[in-house]
Ligand binder design. Structure first.
Ligand code: XBP
Ligand code: MG
Length: 256
């Protein structure tokens, strides 16, 4: 029986990457007087690496390999990422990143029905609370029994660690949970943790390999197949409701 919903954050609760994390990285590079600039296309390539610090290292090692490694690189990565996080949280506080369609409705319906809510994300805990507070209000981080985030686990997505850690903290079995993701890395992480997973792709992840997803849909407001155009409400589209989640889990697990 479904008792728990576990949500990814970036790309799932909100479309944070192109206009949130990406300009925040660039603002940090500028602050540190680095001539690094991640445009929309390059950032899409760099998103194959999860974790902001890991992404910065990947960029230097693979896109600037012909140049000397910056002095005191390990400290620079940590300090750059800390500055980037400050820029990102300031952007969230200005209300620049809204929740994706259907997210608030499903969260509120789930709370009312007494389901357990949790988060499993690669980003930092402070980024999670900043996004929740700026979109759902000051109390909303308390809606989630567990917020599994960032460096709390040794290996980031696609490793299953963050989902396994979240379920261990929750004291639940995968068979009573449904995971919500947006990317192939995230789907791999959830599926490798044994979770039934629903995927809502976005401009950066559309076209990735979502084999193993229990459902691949346009948005939490529209269960029809993912489409290129923005979320136009089609007459045939239905929202993801709790009943839809219960049926998806039961069907996937072969339960009556
Ligand atoms: C997405 C990520 C994160 C963000 C940047 O996380 O891979 O690294 O891109 O955030 P998820 P940080 O989809 O698991 O929510 O710079 O804080 O890592
Ligand atoms: Mg994601």
């Amino acid at each position: 029986m479904l008792t728990t919903l576990i949500f990814d954050v970036d790309g799932t609760l909100a479309d944070t990457e192109r206009d949130g994390h990406r300009p925040s990285f660039n603002a940090a590079f500028h602050e540190f007087k680095l001539d690094w600039e991640w445009d929309v296309a390059l950032y899409g390539e760099l998103l194959s690496v999860t974790g902001g610090k890991e992404r910065i290292r990947h960029y230097v090692n693979h896109y600037r390999a012909h140049l000397p490694v910056p002095h005191d690189f390990d400290n620079l990565v940590v300090n750059l990422h800390r500055a980037k996080t400050e820029h990102y949280m300031a952007l969230l506080r200005r209300g620049k990143i809204p929740l994706l369609p259907g997210v608030q409705r499903l969260l509120e319906e789930s709370r009312k029905a007494g389901l357990t809510l949790a988060i499993a994300t690669t980003t930092t805990p402070e980024n999670v609370t900043s996004l929740l507070e700026s979109t759902l209000g000051a109390d909303s981080p308390n809606w989630f029994k567990v917020i599994a985030a960032g460096d709390i686990v040794p290996a980031k997505k696609p490793a299953p660690d963050i989902y396994l850690w979240a379920m261990q903290q929750l004291g639940v079995d995968a068979a009573e949970c449904l995971a919500f993701e947006d990317s192939e890395n995230g789907l791999r992480s959830a599926v490798n943790a044994g979770l039934t997973t629903l995927v809502t792709p976005n401009d950066y992840t559309r076209g990735q390999n979502f084999s193993g997803a229990a459902a691949l849909i346009h948005s939490l407001d529209d269960i029809s197949a993912p489409r290129l155009e923005p979320s136009s409400t089609k007459p045939s589209s239905q929202p993801v409701t709790l009943d839809y989640c219960r049926q998806l889990l039961a069907m996937t697990l072969g339960q009556p």
